[in-house]
Design a protein around this ligand. Sequence first.
Ligand SMILES: [Zn+2]
Length: 265
Amino acid sequence: MPELPEVETTRRMIAPYLEGQTLKSLVYDPSSRYQNLDLALGKKVKRLERRGKYLIAIFEGDKLELIVHLGMTGGFRFEGSSHTRVTVTTEQGTLYFQDSRRFGKWIVVAAGDYSSMPTLHGMGPEPLSSDFDLADFVDAASSCGTVKPWLLSQKPVAGLGNIYVDEALFLAKIHPQSVRLSKEQATKLHAAIIQVLTRAVEVGGSTLSDKTYQQLDGQTGYFQLEHRVYAREGQPCVVCGTPLEKIWLGGRGTHFCSSCQVLGA
Ligand SMILES: [Zn+2]
């Protein structure tokens, strides 16, 4: 699933086609996954923002927003295909939203009204902004439950999914099943989250072996080449050489080094 770096890369790529542009045509599959889109027709996009894993197009007048969640397999391309679900045309050109598994969602809402989207509504601070306050994070982490699902909940911090949680926990030397982090652990984790996401955004996110995430022109991201633990089970830890492990935690494949990330340490 696209996480913050992939959604941010997508935002940067499609912004020139949308910002300052009027939506001249919007063609979409009849599905409850695409709601109220006709309200956006003929409206001019003021800014294309990102919040966590959501894209948010804010229209001029500040009354309406178009929220796009890429789901598992959603992404934008310059060319249509049998998996095209939404086609958007502005003066700058046409963008095709592809989504083979159809978990993506587009909805036009009154500006700031996220009541129909509980994850967006309750979302924590943006990790690459000054809102991601260290003292607040340390405080929240001191009473957290199992750290990996806690991070995936989007409540302590926005935008992390399975890949970047595993990578950040490895960098911070914290076992994914840890609970109630010490101040030292939480401080390291805060820095690791920023480090991992900053680097991943720089290189265009991660394209996995299924190749579903690509940039507009079909280029891959490159952060998968820098994964230290994600999908590397059985391979030696880059720090200590111990074979990496994979366990299932809250239904998610979880990758870590049992020597570098000791439970209860
Ligand atoms: Zn190790």
